[in-house]
Design a protein around this ligand. Structure first.
Ligand code: PMP
Length: 361
C-alpha cells in the first residue's frame, strides 16, 4: 500500500484518516447487520438511526436552534444556487447579493433567472482580493433575502464579519468553511454547504434553514427542489445519498471526540497563521489577499512568476505535497487546509517552501 500524501486539494479533499479506516472496517458489514451501508434500504431501522444521529450530532456541534431544519440534499452547492431563489423569492421577488468570488457570482447569475437580483457590492475589480464592507442601509429594504459566500474557496478570502441585514433573511454559502470555526447560526436564515471539503464525500449538501422560510415555493416547482418536501419527509422523500450521509455522520462524531468546533478552530487558526506568517516574511512568495480578510481554509499565494509557480506545484507533488496548484481560472498556488489537514502537513509544506525558496532565489 502506497504511503498517503498530504493532499491540499480544495475539494473533494482530505478526510480524517481514523474515520476512513473505521469506514473501511465496516464497509462490508455495518455493525454486524451483515451488509454494507451502501447495500442497505434507506427505510431500514439501521439507516434511519444513521440519519438521525448524523442530524443530532450536527445540531449539537453547530448549536443549531430548534426552529431550524437540517436537510441532506443532493445536487451539490450548485443546486442550492437555484433552490434558494426558487424557494425564497416569495414576496417582492428581489434579492441582494454580495459578490466576493466566482461561486458568489455564479449564485447571483443563477438567481437572475428567477427574480430581480441586485449586486450590492463586489470586489471583482481587485480580483476578489478583499471582502467589501456592506452596511444595512445598502440592502434593499424589501429584499426577500441577502446572499453571501462566507468563504471564497478560489480567492482565499472569508467574511471577517456577518453583515447586518436587519429583518432581511441572510443566506450564506458555507461550503468551504462549515465546521472550521464557531458560528452563531441564529444570525443566518439559511446556511448551505457541499460536503466534499469539511464533511465527507461529494454527493451530499447540508441545508440549515429557518422554518419560516419553508413552504413558499410556487406550486409548479419541481418536487425535488422544494425545501418543504425535504423538510416534511425528513430528507427521505426519495432515496438520499446514504453512504455520504453515513460518512458525514462519522465525521460529526469524530468532531465531538476531538472537542467540538472550538477545538478545531484553535488548530485551524494556528495552521493558517503559521502559513501566512511564513509567506508574509518570505522574499519569494506573497499572498494577494488583504490580511484581515484571509481565509483559514484556503491559503492562496504566488511567486510572481507563472513558470516558477508551475515548477513549485510539480516539485511539491514529487515531495508528497499534492494539489497545490491554484484554481484553473487564476493559477498560482493554493493550499487548502481543511479540518482534516494535520499540523504536520502544514509544517511539511513550510519546510518545502523554504527549500524551494533557497533553490530559486
Ligand atoms: N460554493 C463554494 C464556496 C465552493 O467552493 C464550491 C465548490 N468548490 C461550490 C459552491 C460549488 O459546489 P458543488 O461543486 O458542490 O456544486
Amino acid at each position: 500500500k502506497a504511503e498517503r500524501v498530504y493532499n491540499f486539494s480544495a475539494g473533494p479533499s482530505m478526510l480524517p484518516l481514523e474515520v476512513m479506516e473505521q469506514a473501511a472496517e465496516q464497509l462490508t458489514n455495518y455493525g454486524g447487520c451483515g451488509m454494507s451501508v451502501m447495500e442497505m434500504s434507506h427505510r431500514s431501522s439501521e439507516f434511519e438511526e444513521i440519519l438521525h444521529s448524523a442530524e443530532k450530532n450536527l445540531r449539537d456541534i453547530m448549536n443549531i436552534p430548534d426552529h431550524y431544519k437540517v436537510l441532506f440534499i443532493q445536487g451539490g452547492a450548485t443546486l442550492q444556487f437555484s433552490m434558494i431563489p426558487m424557494n425564497l423569492l416569495r414576496n417582492s421577488k428581489k434579492a441582494d447579493y454580495i459578490v466576493t468570488g466566482a461561486w458568489a457570482k455564479k449564485a447571483a447569475e443563477e438567481a437572475k433567472k428567477f427574480g430581480d437580483i441586485k449586486i450590492v457590492a463586489s470586489s471583482e475589480e481587485s480580483v476578489f482580493s478583499y471582502i467589501p464592507e456592506v452596511k444595512k442601509e445598502e440592502f434593499r429594504e424589501d429584499a426577500d433575502y441577502v446572499h453571501i459566500t462566507m468563504n471564497n474557496t478560489i480567492y482565499g478570502t472569508k467574511f471577517p464579519y456577518i453583515p447586518d441585514t436587519g429583518e432581511i433573511p441572510l443566506v450564506a454559502d458555507f461550503s468551504s468553511c462549515i465546521l472550521s470555526e464557531t458560528v452563531d447560526v441564529s444570525k443566518f436564515a439559511l446556511i448551505y454547504a457541499g460536503a466534499q471539503k469539511n464533511i465527507g464525500p461529494a454527493g451530499v449538501v447540508i441545508v440549515i434553514i429557518r422554518e419560516d422560510l419553508i413552504g413558499h415555493a410556487s406550486a409548479d416547482i419541481p418536487v425535488y427542489l422544494d425545501y418543504k418536501i425535504h423538510a416534511d419527509n425528513e430528507s427521505m422523500y426519495n432515496t438520499p445519498p446514504t453512504f455520504g450521509i453515513y460518512m458525514a455522520g462519522e465525521v460529526f462524531k469524530n468532531i465531538v471526540r476531538l472537542g467540538g468546533v472550538p477545538a478545531l478552530e484553535k488548530i485551524n487558526r494556528e495552521k493558517a497563521k503559521k502559513l501566512y506568517d511564513y509567506i508574509d516574511q518570505s522574499a519569494l512568495y506573497s499572498c494577494p489577499v488583504v490580511p484581515k480578510d484571509r481565509s483559514l481554509m484556503n491559503v492562496v499565494f504566488v511567486t510572481g512568476n507563472t513558470d516558477l509557480d508551475k515548477k513549485f506545484t510539480k516539485e511539491a507533488k514529487a515531495a508528497g505535497l499534492h494539489n497545490l496548484g491554484g484554481h484553473r481560472s487564476i493559477g498560482g498556488m493554493r493550499a487548502s487546509i481543511y479540518n482534516a489537514m494535520p499540523m504536520e502537513g502544514v509544517d511539511t509544506l513550510i519546510e518545502f517552501m523554504k527549500k524551494f525558496e533557497a533553490e530559486n532565489k
